[in-house]
Design a binder for this molecule. Sequence first.
Ligand code: SN0
Length: 318
Amino acid sequence: MKNFTSVSDINDVESLVNEAIALKKDPVNLSIGSGKTLGLLFFNPSLRTRLSSQKAAYNLGMNVMTLNIDEDGWKIEFEDGAVMDQGSQEHIKDAVQVISQYCDILGVRTFAGLKNRKDDYQEKVLSSFIAHATIPVISLESATLHPLQSLADLITIKEQGIVWPKVAVSWAPHPRPLPQAVVNSFLEWIMKTDAEVVLTHPHRYELSEKFTRGVTINYNQEEALAGADFVYAKNWSAYESYGQKISEDPAWTITMDKMKLTNHGRFMHCLPVRRNVIATDEVIDNSLVIKQAENRIYAAQIVLKKLLELQHEVAASH
Ligand code: SN0
């Protein structure tokens, strides 16, 4: 694993989930990250990602430097060959090479712009980090994926101890158009497990086929939820009419009545959640959301641990 930006960086998802669960039993091992620095760069707000990554790094003995680059840094230019006589002040090429001198591992959060599908799905921002970094890069949510969230979700599902679980993934309403990253990523990770997956959303909310290949889609939410062991809710904006909010239909809100259709199903959401819009208070208050957030620590920590182990191996071989 050179970088961690998607499920494709992982050979064996099941082993990684098991290793994270094992790590959780005895999480503090300060020697492996001693003298190492994790850089965390945010182009967008963050609560869980920022704090759980810091916590994970501290559990491994690392130091952490965090920069809200959109607020506290120079305005970054991403175009190669740009004549920088306008608003942008520092080229990504220079910024990332400099950060690579200060840190041993770099985590970056870059959201979808939701304006230009090609730019977002080519991961224009994250790719420039990877192109110019001389240290491993971890995605803390990119334009199209959120791998640490998905790993935490798989840990949470595994902990419930259900064999061959049925997982219903449901679109839910939201006042703003949101990225497809969380749902895309959850689908690509959960499809690596033995779960039965059903996706439900209104028409015209179809995701990129890259992420729905092999996934059963049912446009009837109640049918999709029937018998589910887990209900994973998320809003996303349209992929075809890119970035548009087509519906805010409250009929898609997850309620206790809908949860009664499931097999004592547990509700999941990545947070932050708009209460009584995505799901009702009662659904959220009886859900796995806090466990998911807790498991963000161990998702980040197992990834950091693997990257640090690789660095130690390389150092030992020199
Ligand atoms: C993020 C998303 O990608 O959908 C959550 C990622 C952890 N959610 C939001 O941006 C919610 C913002 C809002 O207005 O509720």
